[in-house]
Ligand binder design. Structure first.
Ligand code: ATP
Length: 325
């Protein structure tokens, strides 16, 4: 029996390894194909966007788009995200919030209309320069079967170990990493150590902060965190968005650098301090303004705010805004 069971066990191990490798391959192929689905037009130029002159402004102009041609998500959809501002996009599930960055990153093409960054049509610039300028923390970030260090460094392959650690500190995940069995050398992802949803989200934030693009998108990037950790992380992200003017090594003054950031959020308490809140419903922008302005309007944002405060939907703190109305 032993003579037979040993090779069978061995074959079983090989089979599981192969199956796992195929799964890893699938993740990789998805990532790679998501990264390179399109060819540049022969006249494409690199996108020029500099966060020293206010970061990237984003404009969607009369966009039509549907994942299936017979079901349009956007019909004549227009949107403006000002350069260098912290913008929040809120609205009921399925109204098209995540579709915005999928189109901006050119994962999909609109069937009509123009999308531009700082006045440059994103379909007339090189894909590489476009994706270099934008960083996304999606709802569920894939982690590679590799060390924590590598997983963060994926944001910028040339980053030093110190820069990786600094990004992890900004993303409030350094201390959690130091508690892992092999700290930054711990293997995570497929077959690796299971880490919590909140830790995964913070690793994804660290990855994008390390990349340091001019435009950052956070899609529900803090949804798995408790209120305290979430507020600490948001404070830290906010601080990372602006680099104050300073005197560089060459003695020259470097101007203030401000990135454009877009937060897609369900929990409205996280968007109160945004410079601009864009409220969407069924593929349309229905309201926009600051938190106070939108509460005064008494429309969709107001009713979402009331619903979340009454339903204990994670607003936390006081609901003063509602009492004022
Ligand atoms: P949520 O708040 O739940 O994340 P959302 O506002 O971000 O939602 P989107 O993800 O932009 O919404 O989706 C808009 C619509 O498009 C939804 O009706 C969704 O079901 C549909 N949709 C999204 N992705 C796809 C896809 N890959 N194929 C087909 N339909 C899709």
């Amino acid at each position: 029996i032993f003579q037979l069971s040993f090779p069978l066990n061995f074959l079983g191990t090989i089979y599981r390894e192969m199956r796992q490798n195929l799964l890893d391959m699938e993740t990789l192929v998805t990532l790679v194909s998501a990264n390179q689905p399109l060819k540049d037009s022969p006249t494409a130029k690199p996108l020029t966007v500099s966060s020293t002159n206010g970061g990237g402004s984003i404009r969607f102009d009369k966009i039509n788009f549907g994942y299936h041609p017979d079901r349009l998500i956007f019909r004549d959809f227009s949107l403006e995200i000002p350069a260098g501002k912290r913008v929040a996009i809120v609205g009921p599930s399925g109204c098209g919030k995540s579709t915005i960055f999928r189109l901006l990153f050119r994962f999909y093409n609109p069937s009509a209309g123009t999308i531009s960054i700082n006045g440059q049509d994103i379909h007339q610039v090189t894909l590489d320069s476009l994706r270099q300028a934008i960083g996304i923390v999606p709802q569920d970030t894939p982690l590679f079967h590799s060390t924590v260090l590598h997983n963060i460094r994926y944001g910028r392959l040339t980053a030093t170990d110190e820069e990786v650690v600094e990004a992890a500190k900004k993303a409030s995940v350094h201390e959690s990493i130091m508690r892992l069995p092999e700290k930054y050398e711990t293997k995570v992802g497929e077959r690796g150590l299971m880490i919590s949803g909140g830790e995964k989200q913070r690793l994804a934030v660290a990855r994008v902060l390390l990349k340091d693009p001019e435009i950052l998108f956070f899609d529900e990037a803090t949804s798995a965190l408790d209120a305290h950790t979430e507020s600490e992380l948001l404070k830290s992200i906010n601080a990372s968005l602006t680099t104050p003017s300073h005197i560089g090594d060459n003695g020259e003054k470097t101007p203030t650098k401000t990135r454009t950031s877009v937060f897609i959020a369900h929990r409205l308490r996280t968007v109160i301090e945004a410079d601009l809140i864009i409220v969407m419903k069924e593929g349309k922008v229905v309201e926009q303004g600051t938190h106070e302005e939108l509460l005064k309007v008494g429309g969709l944002y107001w009713s979402m705010w009331v619903e979340q405060s009454l339903g204990g939907g994670g607003l936390g703190g006081s609901v003063e805004g509602v009492d004022e109305i």
